[in-house]
Design a protein around this ligand. Structure first.
Ligand code: GDP
Length: 455
């Protein structure tokens, strides 16, 4: 429920910084400004203008800090309520003292995400855009940031709105017949209903197909490096990381545990996993590392299977090939600076075959490029055309809508009209949940509680 009281919170991160911002939203925002802020120049707080002055304790008259204040009168503000921001020095104690003064003015401390929740409840943004605000803050790669910015601009919201229009058109036609239960739906209307529902279904299917790529843009991909001992896994990892994070050694089996590090390839976040060499062994510690490597294969988005191209194909290499079944893998033929002896069987099971020399760096750029294009193939994240589902919540809601529309289309000719209308309303409800039009308080609580305080 939305109670129109006035809330406040520190909107800058905890700790010491150059500037600390206290944000206030609600009917009392202007009064708070007049109580705790004394502008140096006459004229007081003018909406959407910064003014310079001091924060004072109204009870003692004591000066707390020098500050800038900006007042934004509703509805031209982040929450569409009256908003006041006090920009003071960024020391932890200063910021907390100013917040304490504000909270004495009949103002309550904001819950996590409450400013954004109010922006949503007041209709300034929808739920997709509210989530995008959080995604912008949490973005760890260029691709993730671009996707979040596109969602905040509302491209997905517009597409969802178009789907709703098709569904409403179909529902209006079906409902028109409910009042005349003895009439069969006319042939022209059946065609019109099928057209509208068909268009909605196509758009939903298209959106659902974007989820995987958007997930990759948001979260990046996990890449597992496997290969027999001495194939050059650690050398490759170091090349990809451009540093000496992993221990490189010629003694088989010394990289005993899994090493993980995140790097950016072309703005895409790559979590690189390096495993102990996979081979038959009696050494217990190494065995542990090997079983972990094998366990991780199905979890990785991509496997880089490293082979020593200067050796003949061995039983150990075969063991790796066998373990790769069902996963996306690139064959990395290493040590191509030496005489080539490897003949790799079953080349076709790999999405690509890349020749490198980890020692010299040859082929590494080509490998990086292939990793990116393998996952960001249909579009680039900054493409103006790219509309995508960025969260599992969106996907689940649209999958449910899709199911109800399939049920609707299958039953159109022989099901009861009331039931058909129910299917359409169910689909509309599911589609509306994505933008928040039909989201319950529990869903909103769940989404906004993962925000930080002050946002
Ligand atoms: P890992 O056991 O698979 O992690 O293999 P390492 O990365 O520890 O490499 C094993 C040995 O092969 C080391 O002596 C590396 O210097 C060497 N090595 C790795 N890559 C190359 C390469 O491209 N060419 C040559 N000639 N030697 C390499």
């Amino acid at each position: 429920m939305y109670i129109r009281d006035t809330i406040a919170a520190v909107s800058t991160p905890p700790g010491n910084g150059g500037i600390g911002i206290i944000r206030v939203s609600g009917d009392k925002a202007a009064a708070v400004g007049h109580t705790v802020f004394k502008p140096v120049y006459n004229g007081g707080l003018v909406s959407h203008r910064f003014s310079f002055g001091t924060i004072i304790d109204p009870e003692t008259g004591e000066k707390v800090d020098e500050a800038m204040a900006v007042y934004m009168r509703a509805p031209r503000s982040y929450t569409r309520e009256d908003v006041l921001e006090l920009h003071c020095h960024g020391g932890w104690l200063v910021v907390e003292s100013v917040l304490a003064l504000v909270l004495r003015c009949d103002v309550r401390l904001a819950e996590p995400g409450e400013f954004t929740r109010r922006a949503f409840l007041n209709g300034r943004i929808d739920l997709i855009q509210a989530e995008a605000v959080m995604d912008i803050i949490a973005s760890k790669s260029g691709a993730a940031l671009q996707l979040a910015q596109r969602q905040r601009e509302g491209v997905l919201s517009i597409r969802i709105g178009e789907v709703r229009v098709f569904l409403l058109q179909a529902l209006a036609l079906v409902e028109a017949y409910i009042d005349f239960p003895d009439d069969d739906i006319g042939a022209t209307d059946v065609t019109a209903i099928l057209d509208s529902v068909g268009s909605a279904r196509n758009m939903i299917a298209e959106l659902l197909s974007t989820f995987e790529e958007a997930r990759i843009m948001r979260d990046g991909i996990s890449v597992l490096i496997v290969g027999k001992p001495n194939a050059g896994k650690s050398s490759l990892l170091n090349r990809l990381l451009n540093e000496n994070r992993a221990i490189v050694t010629h003694i088989p089996g010394t990289t005993r545990d899994i090493i993980e590090e995140t790097v950016m390839f072309d703005g895409l976040a790559i979590r690189l996993l390096d495993t102990a060499g996979i081979r038959h062994t009696d050494d217990l510690v190494e065995q542990e590392g090997i079983s972990r490597a094998l366990e991780k294969i199905p979890l990785a988005d991509l496997v880089l299977a490293v082979f020593d191209a200067s050796c003949e194909f061995s039983q150990e290499d075969q063991l790796i090939l066998d373990a790769l079944s069902g996963c996306t893998a690139i064959a990395v033929l290493n040590k191509t600076d030496l005489a080539q002896r490897l003949v790799l069987p079953d080349e076709d099971r790999f999405v690509a075959l890349i020749k490198i020399a980890a020692l010299t760096g040859s082929g590494i750029e080509q490998l990086k490029k292939k990793v990116c294009t393998q996952f960001l193939h249909s579009s680039t994240p900054d493409s103006r055309e790219f509309v995508a589902l960025s969260r599992a919540r969106h996907r689940d809601a649209l999958s449910s809508a899709e199911q109800q529309l399939i049920q609707f289309s299958d039953g159109l000719r022989d099901r009861n009209l009331e039931l058909l209308a129910l299917d359409l309303r169910g689909a509309l409800q599911a589609v509306g949940a994505v933008t928040g039009q039909t989201a319950t308080d529990e869903v909103l609580d769940l989404i906004f509680s993962s925000f930080c305080i002050g946002k």
